[in-house]
Each structure stands twice: as C-alpha cells, then as structure tokens.
Design a protein around this ligand. Sequence first.
Ligand code: CTP
Ligand code: MG
Length: 581
Amino acid sequence: MKNFKLVFFYIKKYKLQFILGFFCLIVCDGLQMIIPKVIQHSIDGVLLPGFRSIDLVKYGLLIILLAIVIAIFRFLWRIFIIGNARIIERDIRNDFYAHLQKLSARFFQNHKTGDIMAHATNDMNAIRMLIALGIVIGVDIIVYSAASLFFMINIDFRLTMFVIIPLPLLTFIIIYFGKIIHKRFRKVQDSFSSLTEKVQETISGIRVIKSFAQEDSSQRRVSKASYDYVEKNISLVKVWGLFFPALVFIIGISIGLTLIIGGRKTILNEISFGEFVAFNSYLAMLVWPMIAIGWVTNLYQRGSASMKRINNILYAKADIIDRDCVNYNIYELNGSIEFRHLNFNYEENEPKVMKDVSFSVSQGETLAIVGRTGAGKTSIINLLTRKFDPPENTVFIDGYDIFEIPLQVLRNDISIVPQDIFLFSDTVKENIKFAKQNATDEEIFAFAKAAQIYDEVMDFKDQFDSIIGEKGVSLSGGQKQRIAIARALLADPKILILDDALSSVDTETEKKILTNLIKLRKNKTTIMIAHRISTLQHADKIIVIDEGKIIEQGNHQQLLKNNGLYANIYKKQQIEEHLVA
Ligand code: CTP
Ligand code: MG
C-alpha cells in the first residue's frame, strides 16, 4: 500500500468529486437491487385472484422509473469517478514529466527511452484503471453481494446455501486465468512493438537496404516478426477460449442447482413463483461480485507493480539542482570562464576523462578547443553547462563557483549548438524561435540569414512554415546544423557554445557563417569546438586537448610556432585541402 502514497494524495485532492461519485454509485447499486423485488411482487400479484391489470401497469411504470433514475446516477458516477481517474492520471503524468526534466544526463544514460515511454503510457494506464475500476468494483462487490445474499436468504436460507457453494470458484478462476492472460497479453504487446520497430526500420532504412541489395533478408526479418506476432496472439486466444467456458460452466452449476432445488420448492409451495424468479435474478447478480473480486485482484497487482516502477523514477534524486550555496542575487552572467585543476570521470570506477584541466576565458573572448576524437572536448562543455556536475571549486563563471549560480541563470545565459542536434518535428520557424518564443519574423529571418540557411528554407514549399522531420522536409546534416545555429544566435546568449557545429558545412559557407558570427558575438563569450583548424584560427585563445589533458594553449600564431600537435594537425589539413582543390 505504501506504493500508493502518491495516489492517495491525488484522491484527497479531488475528495469532493470522489465522495459524490461514491454516493451516486451506492444509490445506483441499491436501486438495481430493488428491481427483482418489484418483479417478484408483480408476478405473485398476477397469480392472485382479483388481480387488476391496472396493478400490472403500476409495476411496469415503477420499473421504468427505476431504470431512469439508475441511468441518471450511473451517468453521474461515471463522470465523477472515471473522469476523476483520468484527471489523476494526467496529474501523475505531468508530475512524472516535470520530474524527468530535472533528472541528469546520467539518469538518461542509464535508462532506456523505450522503458521511460512505457512508464508514461502503460503504467499510467494501469494506475488509472485501478483507481477508477478499483473504487467502482469495490463498492459493487460490497453492495451486490450483501444485498443479493440478504434477499436470497430472505427468500430461502437453505436454497441460498446450496447454490452459492460453487461461486467462490469463480474468483479463483479469474485470478488464475487473469495472470496467464496478462502474461500472454504482454508477450503479444512486446511482439507487436518489435514488429512495428522492424517495419519502421525497413521503411526508414529502405535506401540502405536497397543499396546493399538486402531486400530478401529484410523481408525475412519482417515476416519472422509477423509470424511471431500471430503465434503470440494464438496463444492468448487459447486462454480466452478456456476462460469463458470455465466461467459459464460454474455459473451453470449454480443455475442448475437453483432450478432443481428451487423449482421443487416452488412446486411444493415452499416459496412463491415470484420469489423463485426473484431468487434467480439475485443469483445472477451475485455472480458479478465473485467475478469482480478476481478482476480487482489482478488490477491491484498490475497497478501496484506499475506504481512501484513510477515511484522508482519519481523518487530518483534529481541530482542536477541548485545546491545550498546557490546565490539567488546572481541574475545574469557576464561571460568570463575559468577551469581550475579540474579532474573528472563519468562513473566512479572509470578512468578520468579530465586530468588537471586549467584554462580561462575573459568576457567577450572566443575560445577554441581542438583535439582528436574522444579527447574530452564535449566533456568540457558538459561540465561548464552542468549537464554533468564537476567537483566543487573547479569551474568558475564570472569568478563565482558554478554552484553559486542559479541553474535557471546558467540555462538562460548559455546557449549551445550540440554535436548531436535535435530538432522538433515542428516548423522551421518554431524550431528557430525555440529559445525566444516572442521573436518576430524579422529577427528569425535575420538570424537565419546569419546562419546561411535563409535561402535554402525559402526554397522549401512552405518556406519557414515547413514541417521538419518524418512528415515534412528531410534536412541534410548541414541544414540541421545551420538551423540549430540560427536558433542559438537568436537567443543571443552571454555564452555561446558551438560543439562541432560546422562539421557538415562546406568551407565556403563556413567562412560566411564565421564572418557573421564574429560580428554578432563581438564582446560576447563564444566557445567553438571543431576538427578543422580553418574554423578556429580567428579565436583569441585555442586550447589543444589530448586524452583529457591540455597539452598546448595560445593563439593560432603561437601554436604554430610551438610546432606541437596543433601545428601537426594544421599542416595535415592544409595538405588535404590542396589535394581536394
Ligand atoms: N564519455 C563517457 N560518458 C559520457 C560522455 C563521454 O564516458 N556521457 C567518455 C568518452 O567515452 C570519451 C571521453 O569521455 O572517452 C571524452 O569524450 P568526449 O568529451 O565526448 O570527446 P570529444 O573530444 O568531444 O570527442 P568527439 O570529437 O568525438 O566529439
Ligand atoms: Mg564531442
């Protein structure tokens, strides 16, 4: 039950609606239980001498009236209870999502996206079902079984005792089959998602498949998944096929017993004909709670497993947070940066990826970082932006330890064009104005021009309103990079970081972008990472990093004179350029 702390919190939040729903449900159930009684009296009435047909009309009208009132209350409880369960599901999902946003890059490194998606969909679903149906079925079980038994015993005690003997079996059957059905259903779902994944892969990867002439093998893969899906479904259908007959069989035993024993009692006039009919109706009503107990047990097991998984995430500590030492009097950054003897590894037992790294950048300067792949360039950025937390007293901005700066300020005043660019499947315009929602079209166009993407976007059918992604235009790597650059420039941050952001842009375009960049970033701090030295030579300061260590720093001229790794890479690239030209 302690898993459900959160659920109770929400139920309390919507207490009034639940109480109203509860009330309507009890009225609804209660009235339902009266109907067989009315039928009993009307039948016994008909059989009595001196019966007038007007009485029958009265009974008929009473049943219609009851049906209407029941319908109204049923409508109300559904709105109150089922509607509220949906609202709670939404609340939990919102909280879940808000919490996810606070979790660190490390968390996402350790959890699969697919699993998190499943928590946000399947698990939420299971919890909603439990809240809604759990309450309804709980009430039903109590009212139905208490009232049915009461009326049945009232009609004939011994008859009741005989016919209810088989009923508890129903509960066991439901629990037993429910588990198997659930297990097999999960397999069907898994198989379905692997089938869709395969189909999606073959469609989106169709060019690769064709170019390697792998049509047959990819066809085989899909059809294998397809067969598997059928197999899993058939195994599920088999259980359903046994389940229903088993239910009907047990219910049938009870009905048979009623007919034999009850029928005899009716003939012997121990109970009236009307009572016999009413008894049958109550028996039918008693079947439901027996089924419901099994059902609710399964719902509970599923719901609490889901709740546990969601709690695991909700109570996962948000580790990238403002610490106690944060200084909320810092409202913005100026843009000077310093790293002091920074050592860092991503996981405790892994080797260091930063070894005694020290450097500084004054406000307004451009810093370039060069180094072989895997040297630790992106890691420097990860630590500066607190994607991962560095040790205290190693990273400083404007002279403050990075943990004194509120995260909000850090996020607002630093923009980054990351190495792995992510664009939303939205319009080009929305993607560019992502960090500055109130940007005007003029601004958007101006920065698109600065990033050298304007002309290409104007060639798209819907221009800046073209949707990016699967349903819209597919962009080249270079186009994506330039849209991301426009986005970052538009935000006009105090510190701008370009992590290999020009790697897919040709040298000609690159030159133009760099010229604009230098103009736009005058007096503002910019960090550029690149493999091509032509991208970086204008920088005020260049650091060369190798295996997590800074091995050289200075400006372009100084580093060339140094004749170290930098000069070496530069010469190689010059030769390459000549060869290409
Ligand atoms: N690394 C890691 N966990 C991460 C990111 C990086 O363990 N979440 C490791 C990498 O395996 C690598 C080292 O940290 O050994 C440095 O990685 P990175 O800073 O990303 O290297 P870059 O210099 O940015 O390499 P590239 O030029 O390929 O982008
Ligand atoms: Mg990198």
